[in-house]
Design a protein around this ligand. Sequence first.
Ligand code: NAG
Ligand code: NAG
Length: 309
Amino acid sequence: MSAVVAKLWLLALSIYSVACAEESCESCATNLIQKKALARFSETRSVSNKSHIGTNPWDVYDYLAAVHHKSGIYFLHKIAVYMFSTLQIRDEDVGTIITPCYTVCANTQAPVLFMIDMAGPETIQRKREAAKAKGKGLKVYGTVRDPVTMVASAYCYHSRGEEALNVMFLPPGWPEVTMQTMAMQDGVTFAARQMMPMVANMTSLYEKPDKDTYRFDYERATASSENFDEMVSNMLDVLFGTMISPDQKSKCLEAAAWADLRRHPDETDEHTNNEDCEAEARQVFLDSAPADMLAAYRDFQRRLGYPMG
Ligand SMILES: *[C@@H]1O[C@H](CO)[C@@H](O)[C@H](O)[C@H]1NC(C)=O
Ligand SMILES: *[C@@H]1O[C@H](CO)[C@@H](O)[C@H](O)[C@H]1NC(C)=O
């Protein structure tokens, strides 16, 4: 890594810390610390006190959420936190990791781990071996979204100044040049270039999920509450199978439903974009991306089963 890049990281991190001290981390990094959502959840749900019969699923498997920016990370994080909380997991058994850490890394060795913007096939292989060495299996899950929509979404999100210090989106010439100062065409192409290795990882991980992997389709899960429930139910089956009772499963489903924006539109947050912006950014990408980049994104779309274009 060059000295310049290293310095940028340090700068970014120190600015982050200042911002965090002032705003209690609400606007920082990927905003994955969901105290607000959790507080609401524990007020409204009556979690039973009954302790588990037998073993917890996370004693049998490590759970890796391999998630990627703008595919619905926050959405899946909520669902997962509600599920695992329902199963009465301890806080220290849930962790988050991202590079750099910003303010979100925590319990990075936890059995239930969120790995943000850094997991690809080799990561899974490594995690699977590490789990095996502990006598455990590995379950992998994550969101999948149309790669071109992810680019459009990232552009709209960062060009309005969200996560201004996310190192993936600091253009050459930063800090004078930012996603906010770039013209849409440049911003979209820059975002697509930066996101390509990450989207490639997402594609490899979820194009052909095995029996221990769950692909959570963002578009399907947000299309209707019925779809949402069906996908969460299928995910519970893949992740926990018969390790949880039917009663626990229905409690998990009920808790996860708090993350369904169709049922709880007031739970929406700054991660949601203006639809007009996304449609425009998408069109700009399709019209102006260099041919090799467009071909790469079409390949991702094809492998994930999205219509190309
Ligand atoms: C759960 O357990 C705690 C501590 O043992 C107790 O104070 C609380 O009243 C219990 N809640 C329910 C719903 O039984
Ligand atoms: C992609 O996955 C590989 C491991 O397979 C990892 O080393 C790399 O950092 C990942 N890149 C991104 C941008 O997620």
